[in-house]
Design a protein around this ligand. Structure first.
Ligand code: SAM
Ligand code: SF4
Length: 340
């Protein structure tokens, strides 16, 4: 992958509100080997393969973003590690990290395939990853993901850690499901040397479940944790929605992602590219630009102008809400399409 080739256009991507886009999340596939019940229905209809960007197209688009100032890339999905050829893409992005053009390449994974990818990821220069894990109980794991794969995930986490990759666990707080287990999970994660982030459920896609039943406000979780632990707020911000604390008793970091109860959009530095080449300017809005059409119809020379148009469409913020009456998702696409 060369970011030197072609006519260079190095202008930063700055939106109407003065926010500079330096972080790109790329969903490399909509497919997944789990069926988390808050994310997709059991009988999920995946996209026809012809709709997906090829790895070459993905690379072309990512390169255009790097030229325009993107410094961090997170690969996600669907499950990024089920995409054929993903290792090669990661190797090529790793070369950009090694040369200093990119600051970081990372990924969000469910961990089921991690054990056999860990060494290659580490060699490509991946220093940290997010692994999504909502429970340590095999029965609950099956209830949430509809698959029996907890042992694979734990093996994957250990393999990645053994390769020197730092792990952050992402855990969706689910009312009546993992609610009681959260303190034990945090204690376990911190004892293993992993940071953890709790996520509030977001109303994305029609997954055939009542969100209001699953929704557990993190303000409640936090109040519960404070009964036993000392939570010291940390100043660190990532440009994303997480707020972090350090738990004095465990010595570990805990993040809270609360899109429904707080607004975090002022410092947003990110955009999201789906596996079909749709560029979403905001996770919680429908504004998008079809970069696949631009690439396939007009070729790579047209991408820069398309990025300029797209960035000007980035909305000020999202307006997620879980509404018991409306009973409908804030956005119709599932999280597996944009990758969270
Ligand atoms: N398959 C990978 C994984 O699970 O880590 C990457 C994609 S997954 C869509 C990214 C993250 O989004 C996961 O941590 C998952 O728990 C979270 N997620 C999925 N649907 C969600 C929803 N409706 N609300 C909140 N988080 C969600
Ligand atoms: Fe798959 Fe991740 Fe969605 Fe679970 S959250 S179904 S692992 S994409």
């Amino acid at each position: 992958m060369s970011v030197e080739s072609g006519a260079r256009d190095n202008r930063p991507l700055i939106d109407r509100f003065g926010r500079e886009i330096t972080y790109l999340r790329v969903s490399v596939t909509d497919r997944c080997d789990l069926r988390c019940n808050y994310c997709m229905p059991e009988k999920m209809r995946f996209l026809p393969r012809a709709d997906l960007l090829t790895l070459e197209e993905l690379e072309q688009l990512v390169t255009a973003f790097i030229l325009r100032g993107v410094r961090k890339i997170r690969l996600t999905g669907g499950e990024p590690l089920v995409r054929k050829g993903i290792d090669t893409l990661i190797d090529r992005l790793g070369e950009q990290v090694a040369s200093g053009v990119l600051e970081e390449i990372t990924l969000t994974t469910n961990g089921t395939q991690l054990a056999r990818h860990a060494r290659r990821l580490a060699r490509a220069g991946v220093k940290r990853i997010n692994v999504s894990l909502d429970t340590l109980n095999p029965r609950k794991f099956h209830e949430i993901t509809r698959r029996d794969a907890l042992a694979d995930v734990l093996r994957g986490i250990n393999a990645a850690q053994a390769e020197g990759i730092r792990i952050k666990l992402n855990t969706v707080a689910l009312k009546d499901i993992n609610e009681d287990e959260l303190p034990a999970m945090i204690a376990w994660a911190h004892a293993q040397g992993h940071d953890m982030t709790l996520i509030e459920i977001m109303p994305m896609g029609d997954v055939g479940a009542d969100r209001y039943d699953q929704y557990l406000p993190l303000s409640e979780v936090r109040a519960g944790l404070e009964e036993n632990w000392t939570l010291k707020p940390l100043m660190m911000r990532t440009g994303g929605p997480a707020r972090y604390v350090e738990i004095e008793e465990t010595g570990g970091k805990l993040g809270f992602i609360t899109p429904l109860t707080h607004n975090f959009c002022d410092g947003c530095n990110r955009v999201r590219l789906t596996c079909t080449g749709q560029l979403y300017m905001c996770l919680g809005q429908e504004d998008r630009m079809d970069l696949r059409a631009v690439l396939r119809d007009q070729g790579s020379v047209a991408i820069n102008a398309a990025l300029d148009r797209a960035i000007l469409q980035k909305p000020k913020g999202h307006d997620f809400a879980i509404d018991r009456q409306a009973q409908k998702p804030a956005v119709l696409r599932t999280m597996s399409l944009t990758g969270g």
